[in-house]
Design a binder for this molecule. Structure first.
Ligand code: PMP
Length: 361
């Protein structure tokens, strides 16, 4: 099969075709060197240039100032659930976590194994249809940091703006919304994101940290779990996931060529609006997220019955709309519309949804 389907997967997710094609062209003989990047030493000049180039382009794409350090790590975003508290909790200190979905909950559970971490707000009782309002938060002004999840991949909600946390460093898991819109890094102490949604292939996790926070990491942390180890060695303390960093670099270049993050935000809003308008104008489909807290990346909705949902998934797949099944923990339908997903795919899905409703509604 050479024709590409509309891939609505939540991650790993659709990538820009030009990125895949460039990687394919370069796979066997990288830049005419007679060997693949997959075969090169991580101490070689071309690999060092791949890592340095990815960082440089990322800094310019998102206007990351020099007092923020960038790391390309392994272990997925999930490893950051414990690595953040290991590095940022001070002796006797506490952290506040806000729980807005499944991954936020996992982050809290892991952090609580590391140290004294409080639940400072949750919308679990509201079935995660929104994030908490500022007045619902119970924040400790003396906390070492506040942890949020920027976009809730499973429930399809996103923080419309960051919560007010005063002088306490804000930490965000932005795995599923990174670079879908401008990122004002100066509002954060640390952000992290697994690459397999908006940044490329699985295997690399981006961490951006404000420099002053690096002094918190205790010397008795194992080397691989100490941010300073990775900063000092430019993300090559051990063998880094070179190919995943290479793909990330290509995606960043692609984002720049698209016109940057403001342009991505406009496009993503237009794409998501196509689907949300369809949900709002139908009695048959029911969106999960509350307006105002809706994700631009993951649009989640239900049909009147579980049987109709199964039928919808199988018929949509037959029609070239892949991976629309909601996460196993919540069911329903989820259409993920990451940066590389085309607007034509959202429009085609809406047309399929209207036909489906006419036949089965
Ligand atoms: N956080 C969020 C918001 C996610 O969506 C995911 C994965 N879907 C994770 C964390 C876990 O990421 P990983 O698989 O890279 O550990």
């Amino acid at each position: 099969m050479t024709e590409r389907v509309f891939n609505f997967a939540a991650g790993p997710a659709t990538l820009p075709l030009s990125v895949l094609q460039e990687a394919q062209e370069q796979l066997v003989s990288y830049q005419g060197m007679g060997m693949s990047l997959l075969e090169m030493s991580h101490r070689s000049k071309p690999v060092e240039e791949v890592i340095a180039g990815a960082e440089e382009n990322l800094r310019s794409l998102a206007s990351i100032p020099d007092n923020y350090k960038i790391m390309f790590l392994q272990g997925g975003a999930s490893s950051q659930f414990s690595m953040v508290p290991m590095n940022l909790l001070t002796p006797g200190g506490t952290a506040d976590h806000i729980v807005t979905g499944n991954f936020a909950k996992l982050a809290l559970q892991d952090a609580q194994k590391v140290g004294d971490v409080r639940l400072a707000g949750s919308t679990e009782e509201q079935d995660f249809v929104r994030v908490p309002l500022q007045e619902e938060l119970d924040l400790n002004p003396a906390a070492d940091y506040v942890h949020i999840t920027g976009n809730n991949t499973i429930y399809g909600t996103e923080w419309p703006t960051e919560p007010e946390v005063g002088a306490v460093p804000l930490v965000s898991d932005i795995s599923s919304d990174i670079f879908s819109k401008p990122l004002d890094i100066t509002k954060y102490g640390l952000v992290y994101a697994g690459a397999q949604k908006n940044l490329g292939a699985a295997g690399v996790t981006l961490v951006i940290i404000r420099e002053d926070l690096l002094s918190r990491s205790a010397d008795n942390l194992p080397a691989m779990l100490n941010y300073n180890t990775h900063i000092k060695s430019n993300s090559a303390y051990n063998t880094p996931p070179v190919f995943a960093i290479y793909i990330l670099g290509l995606v960043i270049k692609w984002l720049k060529a698209q016109g940057g993050l403001e342009r991505m935000a406009e496009q993503n809003m237009e794409k998501a609006r196509v689907l949300y308008d369809a949900l709002d104008s139908s009695e048959f489909y029911r969106g999960h997220a509350e307006p105002g807290h809706r994700s631009m990346m993951n649009v989640t909705f239900r049909l009147p019955t579980a049987d109709l949902e199964s039928q919808f998934i199988s018929e949509s797949t037959e029609n070239g709309f892949n991976e629309l099944k909601g996460h196993r923990s919540v069911g329903g339908i989820r259409a993920s519309l990451y940066n590389a997903f085309p607007k034509a795919g959202a429009e085609a899905l809406v047309s399929f949804m209207k036909d489906f409703e006419r036949t089965n509604g």
